[in-house]
Design a protein around this ligand. Structure first.
Ligand code: HAM
Length: 428
């Protein structure tokens, strides 16, 4: 009989053995604690949606990366490649019932059929933080402050990451000023500007209907490094308003202590089709990696999906590039398993072991014990391996009435007492 091939991990996916899962949980815990400290509330949705939620609204690139299939009821279904359309659906469904503005976060598992490479996988997690129901620029301030706080909490210093900010509103007014055609067709080309090189970029702009002169102007505009330069390049009232918004964003962030975390970067356009205002991407210093996070304002997405117009702004931060970056800076912890109590037996009294473990768990402790009758030495070895702080002996001779003999593995001291004494010892 031929030998069966062992199963293989699908391309672009990851296994999380407990040691990796502990690191993953560190990332999730940090995401969650910072999001909650900014008063964002958690929400979730299904991992698959109707295909049409994405087609035509999210943009060509992401649609070309969909994992989609026809289900047994002949419905066209897609695994979610991003969370924003699901969020928009949730907003539309509850409509005016939802008190606005509100701030929500989620940590979905997402799927994109991408060429698997460093920083890009086919299955990944992405923190999403979004503010729905306000057009105010202070929503952007809140989000960028949250990103900065989060990256600092992970241990990165200002200067080791940078949030590049641009504005589609500003770009649109400039496109209008130079008489360029429909911005919607130009954005995908602009988004690829630095990735594809000058020749391919020129061709992409020509394909989008721009003349050579318009393309050159646009290229120069996107290279502007300061607000002064931009101010000299734009003249319309709409452009001045868009610029004033960016200035308010930067000055408020600076006042709140995040000035070093943000910079103007007009080369950022974002690939997704639904952005209407401020757009931003977060990079490591020197942009040696893919983006850590990206987001922006999408004031007409709910309307495009058939609901009422509801302004929204938010971002997605993936776990893959973030973990690569933290690893590079030596900032990924290596947490070990820990339990409060390991219940041991000298004489192999397994019934008493299970009874004691049950009672200790009911009192709020994390508890482990052997799953076979083994020598005490083996039990202590396992207790150490599992990171137990205290070993409680169920049949120790020196145990007081209703209590136990127990050993603190952290300092090797032996004790005898009731559960309250064990609890006190654990706190010591
Ligand atoms: P996005 O730029 O497509 O935006 O993704 C945001 C982040 O998710 C990226 O910067 C990256 O860290 C991570 N990411 C994206 N694709 C992959 C992949 N294949 N493998 C690993 N990580 C990846 C969005 O998804 C928007 N929906 C974000 C948003 C929320 N905008 C407003 N609200």
């Amino acid at each position: 009989m031929s030998k069966v091939q062992p199963p293989q991990l699908p391309k672009g996916t990851r296994d999380f053995y407990p040691e990796q899962e502990r690191i993953q949980n560190y990332i999730f815990d940090t995401w969650r604690s910072v999001a909650e400290s900014f008063a964002y509330e958690a929400y979730e949705g299904p991992m698959f949606e109707h295909l049409e939620l994405y087609t035509g609204k999210s943009g060509e690139e992401i649609v070309s990366q969909l994992y989609n299939f026809t289900d047994k009821g002949d419905r066209e279904i897609a695994l979610r490649p991003e969370m924003t359309p699901t969020l928009a659906r949730l907003v539309i469904q509850r409509g005016r019932e939802l008190k606005k503005p509100f701030k929500w976060f989620s940590m979905p598992r997402l799927f994109r059929y991408e060429k698997a490479q460093k920083g890009r996988l086919r299955e990944f997690f992405q923190l999403n933080m979004d503010i729905i129901g306000t057009e105010s620029i202070y929503a952007e301030v809140d989000l960028l402050a949250a990103i900065s706080t989060m990256l600092r909490k992970f241990g990165l210093k200002d200067g080791e990451f940078l949030i590049g900010v641009s504005s589609r509103k500003l770009l649109a007014t400039y496109l209008d000023e130079i008489g360029a055609p429909n911005p919607g067709q130009v954005y995908p080309a602009l988004d690829r500007r630095l990735k594809i090189g000058p020749e391919a970029f020129a061709k992409a702009l020509a394909d989008a209907g721009l003349t050579e002169e318009q393309s050159a102007k646009l290229d120069a505009f996107m290279s502007c490094k300061s607000l002064e330069e931009v101010r000299n390049a734009v003249h319309s009232e709409a452009a001045t308003a868009a610029l004033a918004e960016i200035e308010e964003l930067f000055s408020t962030l600076a006042a709140a202590g995040f000035g070093e975390c943000v910079a103007l970067d007009l080369s950022i356009v974002r690939g997704l089709a639904y952005y209407t205002g401020i757009v931003f991407e977060v990079f490591d210093k020197g942009k040696s990696m893919r983006a850590i996070a990206g987001g922006g304002r999408y004031d007409s997405l709910t309307e495009k999906l058939g609901g009422e117009r509801t302004p929204g702004v938010g971002f997605g931060m993936g776990d893959v590039v973030l973990a690569d970056l933290l690893k590079e800076h030596g900032l990924l912890p290596d947490p070990k398993q820990t339990v409060d109590i390991y219940v041991a037996t000298f004489g192999g009294d397994m019934q008493k072991v299970f009874l004691t473990a049950t009672s200790l768990r009911a009192q709020g402790f994390t508890v482990s014990h052997a799953l076979a009758k083994t020598k005490l030495g083996k039990q202590l070895e396992q207790a150490n391996y599992q990171g137990a702080k205290v070993v409680v002996y169920v049949d120790g001779e020196k145990a007081p009435e209703g209590g136990f003999e127990f050993k603190d593995l952290r300092d090797g001291t032996m004790h005898a007492g009731v559960v309250a004494d064990i609890a006190a010892q654990l706190k010591a």
